[in-house]
Every structure is written in C-alpha cells, then in structure tokens.
Design a protein around this ligand. Structure first.
Ligand code: TZP
Ligand code: MG
Length: 233
C-alpha cells in the first residue's frame, strides 16, 4: 500500500474531546473527511484501550482510512493498525521496522533540523515536525520551532513533513505554504463543539491554500514535488 500524507492529519485525544472511546472520535473525523488518523493515548489501561483499537481498525478499514497508533508497535501489531508514529524516545525506527515488517507505515517526530537530517536513512514514511507554535497539549513538548525552521525542515527532509503543534484554522495556510505536506492537529479539533464540522473546516482551509489564484500553480507544483518524496514501506 502506498502512503501519502493528506493535508490535514487529525490525532485523537479522549480527554480533550471528553469522549469515552477513540471510536466515536474516529467516526466524527471520518464523517468530516479525514483519510489518515492517529490514535494517541498515553493513559488508558491496555485492557480497555485494545478493544477500542480493534473497533477503530475495523471501522477504518471499512471506510478506507489509514489508522496510525502513537508510540506502540505492540499495540499496532496486535490490533492490525496500518502503522505507528514514533517519538524520539520511543523504539528507534530501525528496531520498530524489524518488529513490524515492511508493510506498516512509520512516522517519526523531529524537533530540530539535526533530527530531520539524522532521519535521512531511516525506514520511515514521514516526519512530524514541531511544535511549530505554542501548545499545551503535549506536556513535555520541545521548544517552539517556528515557521522559518519548519520551512527549512521541509526543504531538507527526504520525507514528507507533517507540521504539528498549536495549529488552528488560522495557521493551516501558513504551515502548508511553508512546505509542510500536512498539518497535524489535536486540540483545535478535539475541543470543537462538532469534531466532524471542524474537520471539514480544516480541509476547506487546506483546499483554499492550494487554490488561491496567484499561488495556485506554484503551490500545486510544490505539492507534486513533495509527494515524490514519499517512500513505500
Ligand atoms: N508533538 C509535538 S506538539 C504536539 C505533539 C504531539 C501536540 C500538538 O497538539 P495541538 O493541540 O495540536 O497543539
Ligand atoms: Mg511517542
């Protein structure tokens, strides 16, 4: 299966969304047009989380949605998720690839240009770069990288880049114009009164960015060039 980062990459958070399970969030995101969703959960006991993940995988596969699990290769393997998003302190991508095999997708968080450079030869499909702006969602977030550094990360990365951290509707345009393939979003989606409607708004913003008359041709060319970076697992 080939992998492409869609312009908006939603990440679930049950606490922020005030939901009992990830499945109900996933359903709303998919209703709003999400094609790639990361399930992120650092606190639910596994005996509760795993059945939820199984249901999410089943729902995602019936709706043609790619499901990525945060941090945990073991959970992704046991529930049959399409891939894993790894942090710098998680299992290193080489080890994760050895466990997961060639067919799963791997994403890696990077917080500096040095980490983006180091990722060059790793067996991953995309990089999550940030936090671009201030965020209170991740307690141990690295310092803000800002837009200029995001642009440089996108320029030097061999892999498509998803910008992350503090991205709301107002920031989507500028992170995509800076060179990100995708904007990864947690709180601005999870705290919205309607997650489905907010997902639609994010996708509209991304579409507007790609269709402003003066920049449309160069933007679309840029996007084509970025997608060529995409690596099959
Ligand atoms: N990694 C870097 S910032 C961040 C993660 C997981 C949190 C992003 O959440 P939000 O609410 O979109 O700022
Ligand atoms: Mg992690």
């Amino acid at each position: 299966m080939s992998f492409a980062l869609p312009p908006i990459y939603p990440i679930t958070d049950k606490g922020l969304a005030r939901r009992e399970d990830h499945l109900s969030i996933l359903k709303d995101l998919v209703r709003g047009g999400a094609r790639l969703v990361q399930i992120r959960d650092k606190s639910t006991p596994l005996k509760e989380l795993l059945p939820d993940l199984f249901r999410c995988v089943d729902y995602a596969s019936r709706h043609g949605v790619i499901l990525i699990v945060n941090d945990r290769c073991d959970l992704a393997l046991s529930c049959g998720a399409a891939g894993v998003h790894l942090g710098q302190d998680d299992l290193p991508p080489d080890a994760a690839r050895a466990i997961l095999g060639r067919r799963k997708f791997l994403g890696l968080s990077a917080h500096s240009l040095a980490e983006v450079r180091k990722a060059r030869n790793l067996p991953i499909q995309y990089i999550g770069f940030g936090p671009v702006y201030a965020t209170s969602t991740k307690e141990d977030a690295a310092p803000r990288v800002g837009l200029p550094r995001l642009a440089e990360a996108c320029r030097i990365s061999r892999f498509p880049v998803a910008a992350i951290g503090g991205i709301g509707l107002k920031q989507v345009g500028e992170v995509l114009r800076a060179g990100a393939c995708s904007a990864a979003v947690i709180s601005a989606l999870m705290t919205a009164p309607s997650i489905a409607r907010q997902m639609e708004r994010f996708l509209e913003k991304a579409r507007e960015t790609g269709s402003t008359s003066s920049t449309r041709d160069s933007f679309q060319e840029l996007h084509r060039a970025r997608s060529r970076k995409i690596c099959e697992p």
